[in-house]
Ligand binder design. Structure first.
Ligand code: NAD
Length: 363
């Protein structure tokens, strides 16, 4: 199959859909890969790296879209990219169609067969193409939070791990899923005093088991949250209620009960945020202050570490990319109901019932 990988054009997106390692695998199986010149630079991969892996370097996006039977990307296609899609072509990328009627209309109009990373499932009921980005965001959260805790950034001037004779910082993580567990691992590693809150007892048991006493677990209730944030230096919001906006777990009034200069890191900001005072920020201007509390609410945290994120995403997408290339999309989804769960549009028809429900369209 002819596989195309254009350069991402969404602002501040430095990841790329295929790594040179993925190109090597695809070419080794007899596929042809077209990579737009400069596509990998943001993630530290040069045209020479792709050429050495066996890719054809294309001079522009148009050549990639024209040549390829399957386009592999990271972000949802932007308006100029959508104009280059066509019936019979396969698009494999993050789509997030439910809140995006314009993109949905354009994909349906183009007739493209689109498979969304974010709705591909796995046997344990997880979302294997979202999980790597949650791992990245979770591991970043204590890192960016500790930076925000520094005095020059408006924080309390507290070192996460303390020093001998001085207590470490108190870190409260609300939500112990993929993000929360990854955040806990790093916060514990940095020497903080960590508490993880969740509503799932089985999740708390799991965390209790794997961390072997190196953190505290707490059932998540409004009362427990109110109690713990009063002594927290950093609170990391990592909750998810699938298909719903994040619940607001800390109100503006509660900020007054916190220690001045404490930090809120709202990883759940892409679902609306779990603190009442959260609003999305960018890597250029990541923090702001409300009532003396520093907020970090970057909606695309993995973009900060584009190289790691590209490699992590590429590891997760590669088996699906190869299956789609080897068997064609029909054969691949026939053999794998989890990949079938990602099918969103085909030949002008919407094939994702949740997207149809969100947009009031037939699916
Ligand atoms: P997940 O499903 O693995 O974990 C969510 C956890 O939240 C679950 O364990 C669930 O039991 C728990 N939870 C639900 N309601 C709760 C409550 N009231 N109190 C405490 N815990 C509660 O999800 P995840 O992959 O860890 O993602 C967490 C959030 O991070 C999501 O909103 C996701 O979209 C977001 N995210 C953001 C970025 C970013 O760049 N900002 C990147 C990746 C993920």
């Amino acid at each position: 199959m002819k596989i195309g990988c254009p350069k991402e054009i969404k602002p501040q997106e430095f990841r790329v859909g295929l790594t040179p390692a993925a190109v090597t695998e695809a070419v080794g199986r007899g596929h042809e890969v077209f990579v737009e010149t400069g596509a990998g630079l943001g993630a530290g991969f040069t045209d020479a790296d792709y050429a050495a892996a066996g890719a054809d370097i294309a001079p522009d996006a148009r050549s990639v879209f024209d040549a390829a039977a399957m386009i592999v990307k990271v972000k949802e296609p932007q308006a100029p990219e959508r104009q280059m899609l066509r019936e019979g072509q396969l698009l494999f990328t993050y789509l997030h169609l439910a809140p995006d009627p314009d993109q949905t209309r354009d994909l349906l109009g183009s007739g493209v067969t689109a498979i969304a990373y974010e709705t591909v499932t796995d046997a344990p009921g997880g979302l294997p193409l979202l999980a790597p980005m949650s791992e990245v965001a979770g591991r970043l959260a204590p890192q960016v939070g500790s930076w925000a805790l520094q005095k020059a950034n408006g924080g309390r001037g507290v070192l996460l791990g303390g020093v001998p004779g001085v207590r470490p910082a108190n870190v409260v993580i609300i939500g112990g899923g993929v993000v929360g567990t990854a955040a806990a691992r790093v916060a514990v590693g940095m020497g903080a005093n960590v508490t993880v809150m969740d509503r799932s007892i089985s999740r708390l048991s799991y965390l209790d088991d794997i961390f072997m006493g190196r953190l505290t677990t707490q059932y998540s209730s409004a009362a427990a949250t109110a109690d713990l944030i009063g002594t927290a230096d950093m609170v990391i919001g990592a909750v998810l209620i699938p298909g719903a906006a994040a619940p607001k777990l800390v109100t503006r009034a509660q900020l007054g009960t916190m220690q001045p200069g404490a930090v809120l890191v709202d990883v759940a900001i892409d679902q609306g945020g779990c603190f009442e005072t959260s609003r999305p920020t960018t890597h250029q201007d990541p923090i702001y202050e409300v009532d003396g509390i520093v907020h970090y609410c970057v909606a695309n945290m993995p973009g900060a570490v584009a190289r790691t994120s590209t490699q992590a995403l590429g590891n997760a997408t590669l088996p699906f990319v190869l299956a789609l290339a080897d068997k064609g999309w029909r054969g691949a989804i026939q053999d794998d109901p989890h990949l079938r769960a990602g099918l969103s549009t085909h030949g002008g028809r919407l094939t994702s019932p949740p997207v149809g429900e969100a947009l009031g369209l037939e699916a």
